[in-house]
Design a protein around this ligand. Structure first.
Ligand SMILES: [Zn+2]
Length: 227
């Protein structure tokens, strides 16, 4: 019975997604989600329209500039559902593509209340640019041998952060800074990592495995994991 229901939901969802009629990727007004109200019966983890609307409102309150993106793909495979692209959050961030709105909303808070204050307090300089390795990517999990499970990147619910450029000209990278001789640099990266652990479901860094020696991976998948 349950299986039939899930199947029906997926079919309904596919019909809506590929049924078309969705257009426009311009800046969004509050309360105007991109997708039609058809995601109510979606698989767990897929944002509902109501959640996406609330998320837009939250970003608007923070004076964040963003654009909503059209839904692509189906749950259970590579998909971008309820995603946006951050255009201006006050600090330039490179390589930001599609992100689920909830991830983007938390990411803004991390930058503003975690990363920037930490740089000022510990390194005595402002972060003027954050270097990302990207967000959406249709692939399995890397670094665990067999890539049997889809990465959270494959549903646009993850972002990889590699380095922080400071106003004084320094570039603090996860690769060179994590085990740096400079105590302040080490402390800064650890504070930023800990701050991510408080805000996101999963935070992975150089202590997790060698695939993460050069970036922090953060995502909003199920459970909680911080390493
Ligand atoms: Zn990642």
């Amino acid at each position: 019975m349950k299986r039939v229901f899930v199947l029906a939901s997926i079919l309904l969802l596919s019909a809506c997604i590929f049924g078309g009629g969705d257009s426009g990727t311009g800046p969004r007004r509050p309360g105007a989600p991109h997708s039609k109200p058809h995601l109510k019966a979606a698989k767990s983890g897929i944002p509902t329209d109501a959640e996406t609307r609330q998320c837009y409102a939250s970003l608007n309150r923070k004076r964040v500039e963003f654009r909503s993106l059209p839904d692509r793909g189906t749950p259970g495979s590579c998909s971008r559902i309820g995603t946006i692209q951050l255009l201006d959050i006050g600090t330039p961030v490179t390589n930001l593509g599609a992100m689920r709105c909830g991830l983007a909303d938390r990411f803004v808070n991390w930058v503003r209340y975690g990363i920037r204050p930490a740089a000022r307090q510990i390194l005595g300089s402002d972060v003027v640019k954050i270097e990302s390795f990207g967000t959406y990517s249709c692939r399995g999990i890397v670094g665990n041998g067999t890539a049997s499970r889809l990465s959270e990147h494959a549903v646009a619910d993850a972002v990889d952060i590699a380095a922080f450029d400071l106003a004084d000209g320094r570039r603090i990278s996860v690769l060179e800074g994590w085990n740096s001789d400079n105590q302040q640099v080490r402390a800064f990266l650890r504070v930023v990592h800990r701050s991510a652990c408080k805000r996101f479901s999963t935070t992975l860094g150089p202590e997790y495995n060698s695939a993460h020696r050069n970036h922090f991976h953060i995502d909003m998948g199920g459970g909680h994991f911080c390493r």
